[in-house]
Ligand binder design. Structure first.
Ligand code: BGC
Length: 738
């Protein structure tokens, strides 16, 4: 079939700010002003207090007596409590037993699904599929709101080029452009058109800001970077979520330029409020206010609270600093009444926008909860989406597997339902996972599977090797499932070593020595050093932690029922010594171009290139790219040109390709990256089909923070690159005149 379709892709108005949603525009409910007039100091402070229930543990401290605090009107917000029944019980206390009956706000970490769990966020981002990402957030909101929740601590917008950091798994990878599209899509998914709709929930943009850049990858560690780098590469995804209408923001644990984000008025006032026009409220992270004492920024917990609220921190998560000291500080004038009222007003207005003053119980319906939880539709979507997120890192032809041949499935992770869910799994439960990977492969393959554990993910027990080798000996192919225990990613899960742990790689080598073809399936939440494994595995499929339906999704891809189309949203280095490594690096004054040169920017022991570049991902088919055709060789001012390529499916099966566009500004008033992602399009092609993909290049794609920190483009020569990965591109040149 020879067919040519044209797909035109317009530039996205990221930094210009896309239209915010209606909810953010009317945050001045008259009932709030009336209430404010009636509230005592204690009642006001109570609205700025957020305590955890004892249902989930997501931080270092717990607090007894939160129910009494609610009853006393001294705690207006609760997190880590859910189910329609339990939230109703707490809500009844707030509404019926406090003087003013102000409803509680219920928050929870709904990060990649609530009951139906989707792939971890790093995996989601590898789909580059904004509609699906938005849909996953919408489903999560439906399930969570039916369980009484109003507020999710998501999207996590932290750009990260640091695989040692366990929380890289929670974000959208390294790229500010892709990350911005994703954070906006998630915000739309959670908040919908109208926050008052009981199936939508309040989003929380976190962790503001630059939490993804801890020194040495150790969680909570110091962050320091130039303001230019911060603004260009770290802030855009937070801003995109704010522009999409998110009405809450969580400050990060880290310091930035010596000031903890929790009390950083440059972040919370100058950027968030004054520059971005944020109208919602800011919450601290878990005990973030008190932690400023240990940071060495506040003398004691009272001082920490005063510094935080005066810097723009509206709500105190779990520190009890506002709870214990704020009232007195207001009385003494250390915190002004205006500052207090402003913070309370913001919180109450968001409660009003959620519809809680109209009906505080609108989210607490056990019937709805039963109906909306883990529906067949949600699970079917989760299965498709999980397959969409998988990245085929390498393949010598071992994949797809043929149904019917005998397969040895090996590895403890193949038999683990728990690990499929990843960390931050909301209220996802192992009992809801219908199949582990080995069970799903068995089902797909008519039972013709031999399973052996081989070894665990950690430790050095090799006693299972013999059984694994025996299973391999009587099979025609091996599927080896290896990676990290899911609790090795997420919060407080940094590693100094990014190899596959334990003796799993040794098992791979032993299995490879049998000569049987091996497909490795990886479950992990960070870029790993796979330099050795790639030599032994015929194919490597990055499955992340794929969620509730992940077992089936892995089988779908292994047998070719789904042709994988995921692309890495983060660079996979050759070893930890290359870190940080990312595709928007600068050229340096001595780029490495001469193989034998000494004084060039290079390593003596590894190439400069990563093992797998940003944007990399194979398919069971091949895509061929034409050269780039530009509509004009130059453009000026508000004009635009078009860059076009033809992409042909040159293989035997249908597949989806993600066509990526990168730009380089050759000379700038400050140096520019050698490549920066500025657009992409996903195209589905039948075998033999060709599609023309056309990108519009306009000034917005050329803009950056110039030497004087103004935002704009500069005249000069540019390169445009288009291809299926950041390291596999065609290029062309154009000129731009301001
Ligand atoms: C995490 C946040 C999370 C919060 C509430 C903190 O430890 O850093 O991401 O939203 O706990 O559970």
């Amino acid at each position: 079939m020879k067919q040519s379709l044209i797909l035109a892709v317009a530039a996205c108005c990221l930094l210009a700010g896309c239209a915010a949603q209606s909810t953010s525009d009317n945050l001045n409910d008259p009932r709030v002003e009336k209430l404010l007039k009636r509230m005592t100091l204690d009642e006001k402070v109570g609205q700025l207090v957020l305590f955890t229930s004892d249902w989930s543990v997501t931080g270092p401290t717990m607090r007894q007596g939160y129910i009494d605090d609610i009853r006393a009107g001294r705690c207006g917000n609760i997190f880590n409590a859910y189910t329609a029944e339990y939230t109703r019980k707490l809500q009844e206390i707030a509404v019926n037993e406090t003087r003013l009956g102000i409803p509680l706000l219920f928050g929870y970490d709904v990060i990649h699904g609530f009951r139906t769990i989707f792939p971890i966020n790093l995996g989601m981002s590898a789909s580059w599929n904004l509609a699906a990402i938005e849909e996953s957030a919408r489903i999560a909101a439906r399930e969570a709101t039916a369980a009484g929740l109003h507020w999710t601590y998501s999207p996590m917008c932290d750009i990260c080029v640091e695989p040692r950091w366990g929380r890289i798994s929670e974000g959208a990878g390294e790229d500010p452009y892709l990350g911005s599209l994703i954070s906006a899509a998630m915000t739309r998914g959670y908040q919908g058109e109208d926050l008052a709709d009981p199936a939508t929930m309040l989003a929380c943009v976190k962790h503001f800001a630059a939490y993804g850049a801890p020194q040495a990858g150790r969680d909570y560690n110091t962050v320091d970077m130039s303001e230019r780098w911060l603004r260009e590469f770290y802030l855009p995804p937070y801003k995109a979520a704010v522009d999409a209408g998110a009405l809450s923001v969580m400050a990060s644990f880290n310091e930035l330029d010596g000031v903890p984000a929790t009390a950083n008025s440059f972040l919370l006032k100058d950027i968030l409020r004054d520059e971005w026009g944020f109208k919602g409220f800011v919450v601290s992270d878990y005990t973030g206010i008190n932690e400023m004492v240990k940071h060495g920024y506040a003398a004691d917990e009272a001082d920490a609270g005063r510094l935080a609220i005066n810097a723009g921190m509206d709500m105190d998560m779990q520190s009890a600093s506002y709870f214990n000291y704020l009232k007195e500080q207001v009385k003494k004038g250390e915190v002004s009444r205006k500052t207090l009222d402003e913070a309370v007003r913001r919180v109450l207005n968001v409660k009003a926008a959620l519809g809680l003053f109209d009906d505080p119980y609108k989210y607490c319906s056990p019937e709805l909860e039963a109906r909306e939880t883990l529906t067949a539709e949600h699970k079917a979507f989760a299965r498709r989406f999980a397959a969409d997120c998988m990245v085929l890192l390498s393949n010598d032809g071992v994949l797809p597997l043929r149904k019917g041949e005998r397969i040895a499935v090996i590895g403890a992770l193949a038999d683990s339902k728990d690990d499929l869910l990843g960390s931050w799994r909301g209220a996802g439960e192992v009992q809801s996972v219908p199949a582990s990977i080995v069970e799903a492969i068995r089902e797909a393959n008519g039972g013709n599977v031999i399973y052996a554990e081989g070894c665990k993910e950690t430790g050095n027990d090799r006693s299972g090797f013999a059984k694994a080798l025996a299973a391999a000996a009587v099979s025609s192919k091996i599927v080896l499932v290896i990676g990290e225990d899911c609790q090795w990613t997420g919060e407080a899960a940094s590693r100094s070593d990014i190899h596959i742990p334990g003796v799993q790689s040794e098992l791979l080598r032993k299995l490879a020595a049998t000569g049987k073809p091996i497909a490795v399936v990886l479950l992990n939440g960070r870029p790993l050093d796979l330099s050795e494994e790639i030599n032994y595995a015929g194919a490597m499929l990055e499955a992340w932690y794929p969620g509730t339906m992940g077992g089936f999704a892995v089988a779908d891809v292994l047998f070719g029922d789904v042709n994988p189309g995921g692309k890495l949203s983060v660079t996979f280095p050759r070893n930890i010594g290359q870190v940080p490594i990312y595709h928007y690096a600068k050229n340096t004054g001595r780029p490495y171009v001469h193989p034998a040169a000494k004084y060039e920017s290079r390593y003596l022991d590894v190439p400069n290139e990563p093992l797998f570049a940003f944007g990399h991902g194979l398919s069971y088919t091949r895509f061929e790219y034409s050269d780039i055709t530009l509509s004009e060789a130059s453009f000026a001012g508000d004009g635009a040109i078009e860059a076009e390529v033809s992409v042909r499916n040159a293989g035997e099966v249908a597949g989806t390709e993600t066509v990526q566009l990168y730009i380089r500004d050759l000379v700038g008033s400050v140096t520019r990256p050698v490549k920066q992602l500025k657009g992409y399009a996903k195209v589905y092609l039948e075998p033999g089909q060709t599609q023309t993909v056309r990108f519009t290049i306009d000034r917005s794609m050329l803009e950056f923070y110039r030497q004087d920190m103004s935002w704009g483009a500069e005249s000069g020569d540019f390169k445009v690159f288009i291809g299926g990965a950041s390291d596999k591109v065609r290029e062309a040149s154009f000129r731009y005149e301001e």
